[in-house]
Every structure is written in C-alpha cells, then in structure tokens.
Design a protein around this ligand. Structure first.
Ligand SMILES: NC(=O)C1=CN([C@@H]2O[C@H](COP(=O)(O)OP(=O)(O)OC[C@H]3O[C@@H](n4cnc5c(N)ncnc54)[C@H](O)[C@@H]3O)[C@@H](O)[C@H]2O)C=CC1
Ligand SMILES: O=C(O)[C@@H]1CCC=N1
Length: 268
C-alpha cells in the first residue's frame, strides 16, 4: 500500500510522521508532496519519505491520498490533481469546511474520507473525527481508521454536520485551552511571579486537572465542587466567571468556529 500526503505543513507532516510508524506500511511507502521549495528542501532531509513536487510523479502511484493544504488552496489543487487520479483511489481530506460533494466534484474521485484532526496529533495525542462517502468499502474505512489512529484516537461520526461541529470542539479546541492558559499566565505575572514560574504554575495545573478528570468518572462540575470550599477562594473565582457569563461566552466561541466551518463549506 502506498500513501501520498499533499501539503507538508503542520498537519500533513504530522500524519506522514505518524503513519511512518504504522506496521501497515513498509518503509519508503509514504510519499509527500509540497509546492513550496523551502518545504521540499526540508522534506528531502527526512530519509523515510519520498519527496515530490510534481503531482504526475506521485498521484498515479498512490492507493490513499491525504490532502492537507489550506481550504483556500483546495480548488486549484483539485483541478491539477484531477488529471492524474485513478478511480479506485481513496482520498482523505483533513481540510476544515471542504465538503464531500465538492471534493468529489473537483477531484473526480468518489471514495472520500472527510476528517478533522487536531494539533495534539503531533505528539500522538490527537483526536480525528471522520465520515466516509458511501463508496468507501468497510475494509478501506478500517485501513484509513488505522492510519488516523497513528496520531491518537479517531472517532467516526454520522454526518458532515458533525465534522463541522467537531471542528468547533476538538479541531479548534486546543486554541481555546491555550487562550485560557495565556490568561492565567498573564494573571500570575501580574501577581508577581516570574515568567518561568508562571509557566510552571499554569502548565502543571492544567496537566494535573486533566489527568484527574481522565482518571475518574466525575463530571467537570463535580470536580469544581471538590476544589471549591463554601465561602472560599475558588467560589470567588467561579462566581466571578458566572457573573461575567464566561460559560456562555465559551459556548459562543465554539459555535463561532462551528459556524465558520459551515461557511467555509459554502465558499470552497
Ligand atoms: N493546524 C491545525 O491545528 C489544524 C488544521 N487542519 C486543516 O489542515 C489543513 C492544513 O493546515 P496546516 O497544516 O495548519 O497548514 P500549513 O500551512 O502548515 O500547511 C499547508 C501546506 O500545504 C502546502 N501547499 C499549499 N498549496 C499546495 C499545493 N497546491 N500543492 C502542494 N502543497 C501545497 C503549503 O506549502 C504548506 O506546506 C487545513 O486545511 C486545515 O483546515 C485541521 C485540523 C487542525
Ligand atoms: O483554524 C482552522 O481553520 C483549522 C481547522 C481546525 C483548526 N485549525
């Protein structure tokens, strides 16, 4: 089996690296294509990939093609790709908001997997939601799933709407966590801690809280109650968040990402 990854950016390279560890693939069976000279130079230094610049040199050889370019590059790429694809190839798109109908129309392929990963895939802790077009066979789906799993967990969803929704939760979600971390680090600095100590205080707090949550069956609300004493400091902070409607604002932000994914689907 030969895999081609188009777009050697954050996510494309993450998948290529993850899949290179898969037992499903023999060495040198991962081809990576990018149209940037700088990216190609870097790619040529990675000995376990075959690097390409021309679609015609690699697309016909691939069984599965991963598309990891930005959504606004999709249309041009697909137009160029169409001349080199073969009917049985499976196309996996990780682009936000590019829907299956458009992928079929532009690529000329019918076996489409639309996936939404997230950045922790870089360290094998990613979450990739995915949905397949009806033309993808069960065995092809299982093969793609095992490739997605090389970067963390995968989750099959029942509709493209849920791919857009997961973009608003898990795809963009790491940025919300970093936003919260940034605010807490700024507060720590303001309270008099050094930058280094602020970083340790905040990152260990996040790691500890998430581990605690993962190792239990309790809801976040139940854990909040365990931290907060009546009339104490945590209650003061949680009351401040409630008074400022932070809960609703976070939900609004997640929906803004969801809605933007739907909008991108109309643009691309
Ligand atoms: N960064 C993230 O956290 C996530 C990104 N995504 C999706 O992944 C996709 C890629 O995002 P990033 O990796 O962050 O972007 P990136 O900008 O890091 O990488 C895109 C790569 O595609 C290359 N490229 C552009 N047009 C090309 C073409 N016609 N042929 C070959 N290569 C081409 C660029 O040179 C670049 O190396 C996007 O569609 C995004 O929606 C999905 C989930 C999370
Ligand atoms: O911001 C974006 O559009 C992409 C999709 C999810 C994360 N990054």
């Amino acid at each position: 089996m030969k895999i081609l990854v188009i777009g050697a950016g954050n996510m494309g390279l993450t998948y290529a690296e993850g899949m290179s560890k898969s037992k499903l693939l023999k060495k040198k069976n991962i081809m990576v294509l990018d149209n940037s000279e700088k990216k190609l130079e870097a790619l040529n230094e990675i000995s376990h990939f075959d690097a390409f610049k021309e679609l015609g040199d690699c697309v016909p050889k691939a069984d599965i093609i991963f598309i990891a370019v930005k959504p606004y590059h999709a249309e041009n790429l697909f137009k160029a790709l169409k001349g080199f694809t073969k009917p049985g190839q499976v196309l996996v798109s990780i682009m936000a908001g590019v829907n299956i109908d458009n992928i079929k129309k532009y690529s000329g392929l019918t076996k489409i997997v639309r996936a939404m990963p997230n950045l922790p895939a870089q360290i094998g802790k990613g979450l990739t939601s995915y949905v397949t077009s009806p033309e993808v066979s069960r065995i092809e789906k299982l093969t793609v799933e095992s490739l997605l799993d090389t970067t963390g967990k995968s989750m099959e969803v029942s509709s493209e709407k849920l791919i857009d929704a997961s973009t608003g939760i898990s795809g963009s979600g790491p940025a919300y966590v970093f936003y919260f971390m940034q605010s807490m680090m700024e507060a720590a600095l303001k309270m008099g801690f050094s930058k280094q100590d602020s970083t340790v205080l905040v990152s260990q707090t996040f790691t500890g809280a998430v581990e605690l949550f993962n190792q239990s069956n309790l809801s976040p609300n139940s854990w909040m109650e365990k931290v907060a004493s009546k009339g104490g400091t945590t209650r003061a902070a949680l009351d401040s968040m409630e008074d400022n409607n932070v809960n609703e604002l976070i939900k609004d932000a997640a929906f803004a990402a969801f809605n933007r994914a739907v909008e991108l689907g109309k643009e691309n």
